[in-house]
Design a protein around this ligand. Sequence first.
Ligand code: PDD
Length: 281
Amino acid sequence: RISYVNGRYQRHAEAMVHMEDRGYQFADGVYEVCEVARGHIMDMTRHLDRLDRSLGELQIDWPVERNVLRLIMREVVRRNRVRDGLVYLQVTRGVAPRDHVFPSTAIRPALVVTAKRSDPAAARRKAETGISVITVPENRWDRVDIKTVGLLPNVLARQQAKDAGAQEAWFVDGDGMVKEGAATNAWIVTKDGRLVTRPADFGILRGITRATVFDVAKKLGYEIEERPFSVEEAKKARESFITAATTVVMPVVMIDGDTVANGHPGSITLSLRAAFFDVAE
Ligand code: PDD
């Protein structure tokens, strides 16, 4: 396995960054996860646009030019012979003696890019049965619209889900409304077949897969309501699903131990999943 670290392609086992990298000490950095399907990196432009926004919000410079990053991502995919899988990229503010304020002298942001294969057959099987989610109170900061590597609440929520025999945890706000998953966006389908997902202006991450599902829904003729929905509404919904680069469209069949509809993946969810790769770029 080969990874890219600050200008060099290295054996993954030997790919390292300095211990005083601010990503390590302060989670002072941002990341993207892109899906690779049939050797092609999906939705790259949208991912790089979101990266640009995340970097801008944290006043971190681009480590390399945008087109160079595209080349590096493709090269890491090629060198690892990934046909179906993921590309991970991370930009941290760089190496400086530990001090909360930004370094006063300009430092070079650190860039790492890795790629790994996934098993499309295993994902297909998972989509045939669907997944279970639990709900947990929102305990993250207000700026979860920035895709930072500061993910401790997400890590703890996912672990809590696993310990409960579930695969994802949904953060719920003080009004009982679902925000998003630990690493996915949350959706329901109403009885009359409309897709509902929370607005992504603030308070959740604006998922790239979420955006592509908007395109897919349009193509298939489904209407989308961008509004918050409650845990209660989700439990009574016709269907439910999550979206992320790692799962694409994945049916949710159980919420806090209660089945959604008949406990099987919904047909609209599965049609979105099936059409996804025809629409995504
Ligand atoms: N997670 N919400 C959160 C909190 C996320 O971490 C993610 C992605 C999403 C979905 O975004 P997208 O469709 O762009 O993948 C929503 C990535 C995959 C991760 O941390 O592994």
